[in-house]
Design a protein around this ligand. Sequence first.
Ligand SMILES: Nc1ncnc2c1ncn2[C@@H]1O[C@H](COP(=O)(O)OP(=O)(O)OP(=O)(O)O)[C@@H](O)[C@H]1O
Length: 277
Amino acid sequence: MKRRQLLKVEGLMLRFGGLQVLNDLSLSVREGQIVGLIGPNGAGKTSCFNCLTGIYQPQGGRVFFDGRDVSHLPTHRRARLGMARTWQNLGVIDALTVTENVMLAQHQRAGYSALAGMLGLAGTWHRERELRRDAAEIIEYFGLEAVADERTGELPYGVRKTCDMAMALASDPKMLLLDEPASGLSPEEALGLADTLRELRDRLKLTILMIEHHVPLVAEVCDYVYVLNFGELLTEGEPAAIQRHPEVIAAYLGGTAEPTEPPEWPLQPEGAPHGTA
Ligand SMILES: Nc1ncnc2c1ncn2[C@@H]1O[C@H](COP(=O)(O)OP(=O)(O)OP(=O)(O)O)[C@@H](O)[C@H]1O
C-alpha cells in the first residue's frame, strides 16, 4: 500500500520582476520518505523552500501539508502544523548557548512566548522545566552534551550545523526541510549525516525534503529525487536513474546532454558554494 502524501505542491509560480524563478513546479513527498531536491545554482531550490514555508507568497499554485491547504497560512502557522526548516546560512543565534537555541526553537509548541518563559511568568515555570528536559534529550540525541552550555558562535561550523538540526527537531515536527545539510561538512561528517538522516526517518518517523549539492549523499539516503533547472522540473525519479540522466549531467556540467559514459560523482554545479554557502 502506498503511503499518503504529507506534502503536495501544485503548479507553483514565482516571479521577481522579470525573473521567472519557479515555473509550474509540482512535487510531492510521501510520509516516511527522504526526498532530494537538487539542481544547479540559481535553479530555484531555496525559493521553493521559501514558498513551502510561507516566507515567499507565490503568484500561483498551491501547497498542501498533512491534508490541509496551507497556501495562505503564515510561516508560524505552517510550523505549528509540523513543518520545520534548517537554513543554508544557519538558523542558530551565535550569542546564545546550544541549550538556549534549542529551547528558543521549542517555543514554537510551548503555547507562550520565549520571553515569557525566560522571565518565568505565571504558568510557564512547570512547562519550562519540561522543555528544558526535552531540550537535554534532543541535545543528547545529537551528541551535543559536551557543548550544551557553550555559545554557538564559538563552536566549529559542523557543530553549529548539528545545533541547527537539533533546533529544527525541537519544534516536534512531522517534516524536516533541510537546506544543504552537508555544505561545509568534512567528508567524515557528511558520512555521519547520512546515518543521522536515516535514523530520523526510521526511528523518529520523520519525513524529510532536502536541498543538497552533495550528490553521493543524495544517492545514498534519498528514496526519490526531484531535479530543478531554471525554475522548472527537469526530471524526477529514484537516485540511481537520476545520476545517469543525460539532461541532469548536462545541467550540472553545462555541457552536452549525451555523455558517452557516466561521469565520476560527486559532480558539483559550476560555481557551487562549498562551505558556508
Ligand atoms: N527575494 C528575491 N528577490 C529577487 N530575486 C530572488 C529573490 N530570491 C531568489 N531570487 C532569485 O531567484 C533565483 C533562484 O534563487 P534560489 O536561491 O532559489 O536558487 P537555488 O537553486 O537555491 O540556488 P543555490 O544552489 O545557489 O542556493 C536566483 O536568480 C535568485 O537571484
